[in-house]
Ligand binder design. Structure first.
Ligand code: DGJ
Length: 349
């Protein structure tokens, strides 16, 4: 007699029918309904972490460390202590599923700025010199007159981060900040500086604790500054200064960071408002087959900031042009760098 192998019990025919039916149903379903099972990013939808809670990482920045992406951002969760400002951290190995790693910075008003003080756009840099992590944030008073950055450090990427100091980079007013790490490892802070009518790309010191020199000043008033280096060209991006309201985000290119920079062009030329979003970062995913450049943007809801959403989309990069396509669910294989957009699916849930 043939011995029966464990787990190889034949399926009864009702069970087989059920299995067949489920498979047929799965094949017929449009991709939008398979968001989690197929690992889709859905721009504009509520994006939940692995515990099922909406991701709170607005105006964020991403750090890649040991095969993991860390997403830091403003935590606007309702009901937190109104005297404190919170930076949250999430980690992911596929850019789709994010694990909440806590609030590595929970800061009380560090410069006596008053009850409505502002902490925005956290960005974390790694220092290969000190092996420490340095967080930059935009620090301000309620009227945005202070115009400084603040720094905080940690030995671990997920914190806790210890407040260091606040200052104006290179002595200049600084509001929105962006981060950029070049392929050679050098790190830059992008900061909008209103009196000059433009923004700076400034190099950080090897310990990442100070801003040492302006590599470029771009004489165009833009905030939400972001930068990427792709196929030998630098692309800098930003939004116009319209508060929380979206506007046509623009980009320029240069062969070198110091310029000369091209004229600015709209990244989403078919719509007036960048699909309701504002740039926060340009993320490069270098895979075995392709390099994807991803637009990371915020869809702000100023009256309910906790419910602000994210617009992440792979950019179409061709011949020195970058185009943000119409938002739609999409997937990425972070190993190959291949992205796939499902344009017929509903962009929100
Ligand atoms: C636009 C900036 O990009 C945001 O980070 C925030 O500072 C709002 N302005 C406030 O109006």
């Amino acid at each position: 007699m043939c011995p029966r192998r464990l787990g190889a019990r034949p399926l009864s025919s009702p069970a087989l029918n059920l299995l067949r039916g489920t498979l047929v149903l799965l094949l017929l379903l449009p991709p939008c309904c398979l968001a989690s099972s197929r690992g889709l990013i859905r721009p504009g939808a509520v994006w939940r972490d692995q515990q099922g809670r909406p991701i709170q990482a607005h105006g964020g920045g991403i750090l890649y460390d040991h095969h993991t992406w860390y997403w830091f951002g403003e935590d606007r969760t309702q009901g937190l202590d109104p005297a404190l400002r919170y930076v949250s951290c999430y980690s992911s190995r596929d850019l789709v599923h994010w694990k909440f790693r806590g609030r590595p910075l929970q800061l009380a008003d560090p410069e006596h700025l008053g009850p409505h003080w502002v902490l925005e756009r956290p960005k974390v840099f790694y220092s290969p010199l000190t092996h420490r992590f340095v967080m930059y944030v935009h620090l301000d008073d309620a009227r945005y007159k202070l115009a400084r950055v603040a720094t905080a450090v940690s030995d671990r990427v997920t914190g806790p981060y210890k407040y260091v100091r606040s200052f104006r980079p290179l002595g200049l007013e600084s509001r929105d900040i962006g981060q950029f790490v070049d392929d050679d490892g050098s790190a830059y802070l992008i900061f909008e500086s209103r009196p000059s009518g433009g923004f700076y790309i400034a190099q950080l010191s090897p310990d990442r604790l100070s801003v040492v020199k302006a590599v470029a000043f771009i004489h165009t008033s833009l905030e939400g500054g972001a930068l990427v280096h792709d196929h030998g060209l630098y692309y800098v991006m930003g939004s116009h200064l319209t508060g929380w309201r979206p506007n046509p985000n623009v980009y320029a290119t240069a062969a070198q960071l110091s310029g000369p920079w091209s004229e600015f062009r709209e990244v989403a030329p078919d719509v007036p408002d960048t699909y309701g979003s504002q740039s926060s970062m340009l993320l490069k995913v270098h895979g075995t087959d392709k390099t994807a450049v991803i637009f990371l943007g915020d869809i702000w809801k100023p009256r309910s900031l906790w419910d602000s959403r994210y617009l992440w989309m792979p950019l179409q990069m061709r011949d020195g042009r970058m185009v943000l396509p119409s938002p739609a669910p999409w997937s990425i294989d972070v190993k190959t760098g291949v992205t796939h957009v499902y344009p017929d699916s509903s962009p929100s849930q």
